[in-house]
Write a protein that binds this ligand. Structure first.
Ligand SMILES: [Zn+2]
Ligand SMILES: [Zn+2]
Length: 358
């Protein structure tokens, strides 16, 4: 089945964490962690609407300034999500600069600080010099941060000696259009299929009219088709896909349970694997996972595909050893899915990298 998300790690295995996820149904992307993102093109950066930051250690948040630099001057509302204390971290970054002469700039930043019991919210608008304006709190029921017709994002509260968030991106339903059936209906493929999927995800009724326009030779064709006909004849539905992102966590009992709760049944599981098994004490001391712990977690969660990232630069001369250990633990782990597949998703800043396991 084709991947629903166009996901790729921005940097190599030893680089700062940042996972770019393009949403193919919209000219839009999500970013998980905000490490060094200077290798991303402006085109990629301008599509980012929501950034989910696990915690504010430098290597996970240093890209904020670069993103701000590219987005400043654009009319855009950027949303950021992070753990307790996150609003102060963003405020501190913004206070580092002078903000006169920005009249007419319309960037606004909405920051959600996700605590175990409530989500605090603050807005920073460029025309007001990015002065902090507190907004109403909300509650993230079952860790739910974002809920849109096409997808949801949930989080889990994890322990990295400071609070750290893990994230799950879930497609609400996976829709496949059968081209043979479209041919039988005399309809071409084209951008209108996005409208079709959007209408189905939004729960439109069967008599909802869908306009299909295309060009045949020099002729402009147009038809109006009832949504129910297309839904019945040409669209196959299956459970939505799930992408999980976990990094910078201790292998404790409570983290283990929360990560499994978040990652169970993941189609794509991105998990840090900072240290080889031989340096488990070092991993524990720094509140990180070892390769074997990461692989076992992915297997136990029943993940279909698993990628490691955020290897400690100390092991720059032996990445193969760490990846092999993680993949070995994944392949031999306790999960039951027969289609388990490890992949090695290094920096590929183009749209299709995540759908091509290598
Ligand atoms: Zn950290
Ligand atoms: Zn880190």
């Amino acid at each position: 089945m084709a991947s629903s998300f166009r996901a790729f790690l921005v940097n190599d295995l030893f680089g700062d964490p940042a996972l770019y996820v393009g949403l193919p149904w919209a000219r839009r992307a999500l970013l998980f962690d905000l490490g060094d993102i200077s290798s991303l093109s402006a085109g990629h950066l301008l599509k980012i609407s929501d950034v989910f930051v696990s915690h504010a250690h430098l290597d996970h948040f240093v890209g904020f300034d670069h993103l701000l630099r590219v987005l400043l001057g654009r009319t855009k509302a950027l949303r950021l999500y992070g753990p307790p204390g996150f609003i102060d971290h963003v405020d501190g970054k913004l206070r580092a600069y002078a903000w006169n002469l920005v009249e007419g700039y319309n960037l606004s930043i909405e920051v959600h600080e996700v605590g175990p019991d409530r989500v605090r919210c603050a807005r920073f608008a460029c025309p007001c010099g990015f002065r902090r304006e507190d907004a109403a709190d909300s509650v993230a029921v079952d860790g739910l941060l974002v809920s849109e017709p096409e997808f949801r994002v949930r989080c889990a509260h994890l322990d990295h000696r400071i609070p750290c968030l893990g994230f799950a991106l879930e497609e609400t339903v996976h829709l496949n259009v059968d081209k043979t059936c479209l041919d039988a209906l005399g309809l071409p493929v084209g951008p209108w299929l996005m409208d079709l999927k959007r209408a189905i995800r939004a729960g439109r009724p069967d008599d909802f009219p869908l306009r299909v326009a295309w060009t045949q030779g020099s002729r402009r064709e147009e038809r109006c088709v009832a949504l129910g006909t297309l839904r019945r004849e040409a669209v196959r539905t299956s459970p939505g896909q799930k992408l999980v992102y976990v990094t910078d966590v201790l292998d404790s009992a409570s983290n283990h349970e929360r990560i499994l709760g978040l990652a169970r049944g993941a189609d794509l599981f991105y998990c840090e694997a900072g240290y080889p098994a031989r340096d488990v004490d070092r991993a524990r001391a720094r509140y990180h996972l070892t390769t074997v712990e990461a692989g076992r977690l992915a297997a136990e969660a029943g993940a279909r595909r698993f990628s490691v990232f955020h290897l400690s630069p100390k092991y720059r001369d032996c990445p193969g050893e760490l990846v092999a250990e993680a993949m070995g633990a994944f392949a031999g782990g306790a999960g039951t899915l027969p289609t388990r597949e490890g992949f090695y998703d290094t920096s590929q800043p183009h749209e299709n990298a995540g759908s091509n396991p290598r």
